[in-house]
Ligand binder design. Structure first.
Ligand SMILES: [Zn+2]
Length: 484
């Protein structure tokens, strides 16, 4: 049963998998949905709360328009219909993390609906995008199982719910959908989509039906998955479980199940009631939100080119590989940085390589985001040009880049100060090669005994001697001649 592969042929021929996803995304606003409390993550428990967060008598929620704008950005990116009016409602239920006993959400008139996202050339329908407030967070004490603590800092953080149509047909497709959605949401800067910090959470519905059946099978809902990989694994597990049940003429029970990361299985959490009695009714303290075409147009201009359009253009205009395009267009700022650099040095493939393998590596090491990268695209382009035109070696190029970070100087200034100009002079390289051969007789012996790798070692020694300045291609040529 724990076998993850469901494509063993037999079941696949007999049954069709139907998956729908419900994704909750915390929006990147400074303040909460209905009050001015901060949304910053990781602060002291219950330090970012006020009477509005708790729905105390006499308080009034005030709508954060920034959240509406981020919602509209998402709706545009997901090709949704945005009606001219949306309505907030009260969803009543009792739970310890919800001191008001109701959540302000949206129901029959959400912010947007009827969209789609293209995943691997398949359109997956988006049923709705709506806005609501997050709840507090229950922390179950490890010391005493009878004790649960509640942190209300999360109460009232703007939350966006994205619901897909049940049109996803495999666990792998569900994972690809989530990867693409996350990429787009990060690109349009509506959420950091950090699953570890809970700013992106996903529940999944799955059912199985015989291929020839028109009716959907009975579905189960899976919760508690904390990575895209676990979403895929949990769905695979459930698909297998349903198929085994159906194949033995047993019924699937409609229920909510929890994914257990340790056992890699799902367990029944509760039998789902037929219909929840949430007693939805319009939130009396928040008037209907009118969204004019003008507002939508303005927000659309702010996004500019949609991530899907930009991806397509990058393929055509810069002729980059699929992998490179997907990395570079993963963030808007990164894509902007690339384009600006490539406008100064018109070798997009080389710029893309330096950006991905060198600059991003340094940024990651220094824990700096591309937004605050101290090296301007112009200066970065100059460095790439120096290496590409063989004025300096690639090794020196990396050192220069690090020094640019430290000192703020330009590449040409550093190259001049440190006299890093690549040694192209054959006689000078030959001198160095002879010294290295004399000093490393055992490596030379190894080479003569057929150990090819010894050459790389010897080239490395010449590079070291020249402090990274010898042209490595010429060095190797001369070295091979001398070793004959
Ligand atoms: Zn508050």
């Amino acid at each position: 049963m724990a076998d993850e592969s469901i494509n063993n042929g037999f079941y696949e021929k007999k049954y069709k998998i139907v998956i729908g996803l419900e994704i909750h995304v915390e929006l990147l606003t400074e303040s909460k949905m209905f009050c001015s409390c901060s949304t910053k993550f990781g602060e002291k428990e219950n330090s970012q709360i006020c009477p509005v967060c708790f729905g105390m008598p006499g308080t009034l929620p005030v709508l954060n328009y920034e959240a509406i704008e981020l919602g509209i950005k998402t709706a545009l990116t997901l090709n949704c219909r945005i009606p001219s009016e949306c309505i907030f409602v009260r969803k009543s239920y009792f739970y310890p993390d919800l001191p008001k006993n109701f959540q302000i959400s949206q129901y029959s008139q959400p912010l947007a609906s009827d969209g789609y996202l293209n995943v691997n050339n398949k359109k997956i329908g988006i049923r709705r995008v709506h806005l609501e407030e997050d709840t507090g967070k229950l922390i179950h004490s490890e010391k005493n199982e009878n004790v649960s603590l509640i942190d209300f800092n999360r109460s009232g953080i703007p939350l966006m719910e994205i619901v897909t149509e049940p049109e996803i047909s495999s666990p792998e497709e569900a994972e690809d959908f989530l990867l693409k959605l996350k990429k787009f949401l990060k690109y349009i800067e509506v959420s950091d989509c950090n699953m570890e910090e809970g700013s992106l959470r996903c529940d999944a519905n799955i059912s199985i039906k015989p291929h020839d059946s028109k009716e959907l099978g009975i579905k189960t809902e899976i919760k508690n998955m904390n990575s895209f990989k676990s979403v895929r694994k949990a769905l695979s597990f459930e698909a297998n479980r349903h198929m085994h049940l159906l194949n033995e003429n047993n019924k699937v029970r409609q229920e909510t199940r929890l994914w257990d990361e340790t056992s890699q299985t799902t367990d029944s959490m509760r039998i789902k009631e037929e219909a929840h009695d949430y007693r939805y009714f319009p939130e009396p303290d928040i008037p209907p939100v009118r969204i004019s075409r003008d507002t939508v147009e303005k927000i659309s201009l702010k996004i500019g080119e949609l991530p899907s359009e930009r991806e397509k253009r990058f393929f055509e205009q810069y002729n980059l590989s699929g992998y490179n395009v997907s990395v570079i267009t993963s963030e808007k700022k990164l894509a902007d940085y690339f384009e600006e650099t490539a406008s100064f040095y018109k070798e997009p493939k080389i710029v893309s390589n330096w950006l991905q393998t060198v600059l991003l590596g340094i940024l990651k090491e220094k824990n700096i985001s591309i937004n605050t990268c101290p090296i301007s695209p112009k200066n970065f382009a100059e460095l790439i040009e120096l290496v590409d035109l063989k004025k300096i070696t690639a090794t020196s190029g990396k050192e220069v880049l690090l020094e640019m970070f430290e000192t703020g100087k330009t590449a040409s200034e550093i190259v001049k100060d440190r006299q890093l100009v690549q040694i192209q002079d054959k006689d000078r390289i030959e001198e160095l090669v002879i010294e290295v051969i004399n000093e490393n007789s055992s490596a030379v012996k190894d080479y003569k005994n057929g150990k090819e790798q010894a050459v790389s070692f010897l080239v490395g020694m010449v590079m070291k001697k020249s402090r990274g300045k010898a042209d490595p291609v010429k060095t190797k040529e001369i070295l091979l001649k001398k070793l004959l």
